[in-house]
Design a protein around this ligand. Structure first.
Ligand code: ARG
Length: 586
């Protein structure tokens, strides 16, 4: 159940009853800053004081009394200038947790009441260029957001908006003819395309005839020439194979791959529409949106002198034009309610302009830029994608390294007797731990901040790191194994009791899960779920240090097994919602 929403409902009804009002008023429920004041604070009296012209403490008194009669509430006291502090009842928490424990499908997380169709535009690397760390972040964050939104009940379309169209293909076509090696293209397509592209663009810079040739090939491609089309398809296909390998390793999938090329034919229409509605105008042969000339443009953009160019002087369309066509497709053909663009902060201005242009075109679908910061190296500077000798560090090699490092750490743990992994499970465990560590290091941060890439902190069985949480899960699972029990069977009939203080603390953490998941969905902040899982694991440690589980008796044993199962399931579900796996044994 959504705890804060429930408290808000009972709180606002209590206010109405207590003060004989014509209808409910907001209870304004907030978690308390210190558990010694209780679990939540109801601030509604403060606001009502103004409306009713009475001192807030005088209103808070009857509100507290009205709250005292409610099942969920153990204690309600007036505090400070007129807050009401409430302590939840342990019996009520235990009853609510028992219901969630029996809910194997959703772990007590209700679906949203108003599901929407949401496009998540993420990953979206450019063909013929190595994916950089920014694309890795987009892939990891976008996948997590998609999983979270689907779980709470939205209809999610995961779209990989590949950069698969544009001027580089003219250069690639002439370049491949000149320098291309088919074998290299097959074995390591992106590296080969990148190599050839560099040679070609360098040559075009000093050789006009060559540059002309490239432009001619591009024009042929764009007008549908069969040979060039075939070449282009080949480039895209081999690149996709390489990308698919990375996505498979990351366990990330897409529903559609509507890259830039998919919108190619819609681009002239976009420019016509912008011109027709007086949103864009011609300037020296180019077509641009001049924000400072548009009364209806958003304020911050109106100060912007540089225009949003949608067609260049030579007739070429741009990233901006394609993105406008893409929104139109998402709104008009896919009937989406929202689109989320998981792209790094540096493209912030682009999206502001894109969204403003769409408003001017009359599109009312919700559009959000889900930005994120930069990955820094140990030196605090943006992580370099080349090693000391200038070799590119590809994403594939980075993931390979993470698995190797995880394996080394696991070997260490086995040697020291902390971990136990069966030899035949070693590959799988190293993969889950290594890839999970890279993802967790990224996702535990508020996405807007930069973070430092640090192998040692990332692959750690202590502290706030992926392996630590996976270990916490395995430890819960091992309790069931040791007792010859299965987690689900033990949960099926169990009733939770919250007898000792550490059980009550653990119970309060477990109660927050549904709220956290919904909050993460609303704000597109997967780190909220990571935070929850981490704090839950710590609360579980506190419980486990003090409360025997298998050695307890009767109803206490049953309840403690239930608490353990629920902890394990929230860790597993929480990690799964951000795309991280677990193993039962390690
Ligand atoms: N291909 C772009 C890049 O690598 C990212 C595309 C993001 N999505 C979008 N609809 N603009 O920078």
């Amino acid at each position: 159940m959504l705890l804060e929403r429930y408290l808000e409902t009972i709180g606002s009804e209590a206010i109405q009853r207590a003060l004989n009002l014509d209808g409910p008023r907001p209870a304004l429920v907030r978690p308390t800053t210190d558990p010694k004041f209780g679990d939540f604070q109801i601030n509604g009296a403060m606001k009502l004081a103004k409306e009713l012209g009475r001192p807030p403490r005088e209103l808070a008194q009857p509100i507290a009394e009205a709250l005292r009669g409610i099942d969920a509430i153990e204690k309600a006291e007036v505090a400070g200038p007129g807050f009401v502090n409430i302590h939840l009842s342990n019996a009520w928490i235990a009853k609510t947790l028992t219901e969630a424990l029996h809910d194997l499908d959703r772990d007590g997380v209700p679906p949203v009441e108003d599901p929407e169709k949401v496009i998540v535009d993420f990953s979206s690397p450019n063909i013929a260029k190595q994916m950089h760390v920014g694309h890795l972040r987009s892939t990891i964050i976008g996948d997590a957001i998609s999983r979270i939104l689907s779980f709470v009940g939205h209809d999610v379309v995961r779209d990989n908006h590949l950069g698969d169209w544009g001027t580089q293909f003219g250069l690639l076509i002439v370049g491949m003819r000149e320098w291309g090696e088919e074998a290299a293209l097959q074995s390591d397509p992106i590296t080969e395309l990148e190599r050839v592209y560099k040679l070609a663009s360098e040559r075009a810079g000093r050789d006009e005839a060559f540059a002309d040739q490239a432009r001619a090939e591009l024009a042929k491609l764009q007008s549908g020439d069969a040979d060039n089309r075939k070449l282009w398809e080949h480039f895209v296909e081999v690149s996709r194979t390489a990308l698919d390998a990375v996505y498979a390793e990351l366990d990330v999938s897409f529903d559609v791959w509507l890259g830039e090329s998919a919108y190619h034919e819609a681009l002239p229409g976009v420019v016509d529409a912008l011109l027709g509605k007086g949103i864009a105008r011609e300037d020296d042969g180019a077509v641009c949106i001049f924000w400072d000339e548009l009364d209806s443009a958003p304020k911050n953009l109106r100060k912007q002198k540089t225009p949003f160019i949608v067609r260049k002087k030579d007739g070429a369309f741009l990233y901006s034009t394609t993105d406008i066509a893409t929104v139109l497709h998402r709104a008009n053909a896919l009937h989406a309610d929202r689109a989320l663009y998981v792209v790094d902060n540096r493209q912030g201005l682009h999206f502001q302009q894109l969204f403003a242009a769409m408003r001017l075109l009359g599109v009312d679908m919700a559009l959000e830029h889900i930005g994120f910061g930069t990955v820094l190296g140990r030196d605090g500077k943006p992580l370099r994608t080349r090693d000391a000798s200038g070799h590119v560090i590809t994403l594939a090699s980075l993931l390979e390294e993470s698995k190797q490092r995880a394996r080394a750490r696991i070997d260490e743990g086995i040697a020291e007797g902390r971990l136990r992994v069966r030899p035949e499970e070693m590959d799988e465990v190293s993969r889950v731990v290594g890839i999970g560590a890279v993802k967790y290091a990224d996702l535990r941060q508020n996405r807007l901040s930069d973070y430092q890439f640090d192998w040692d902190k990332m692959i750690s069985f202590q502290g706030n790191a992926g392996p630590y949480l996976q270990y916490a899960y395995a430890r819960c699972a091992s309790i069931f194994a040791k007792g010859g029990l299965t987690m689900d069977d033990s949960a099926a009939e169990a009733s939770i009791l919250l007898e000792t203080p550490t059980e009550q603390t653990l119970g309060r953490h477990l109660m927050r899960f549904a709220d956290v998941v919904h909050q993460a969905a609303i704000t597109s902040q997967p780190h909220l779920i990571c935070e929850h899982v981490y704090e839950l694991s710590r609360a579980f440690n506190g419980f486990y240090a003090e409360c025997p589980v298998l050695d307890a008796d009767g109803a206490t044993r049953e309840s403690r097994l239930g608490l353990t199962a629920m902890t394990a399931r929230q860790i597993r579900r929480g990690l799964d919602l951000v795309g991280i796996g677990v193993v039962d044994r390690m």
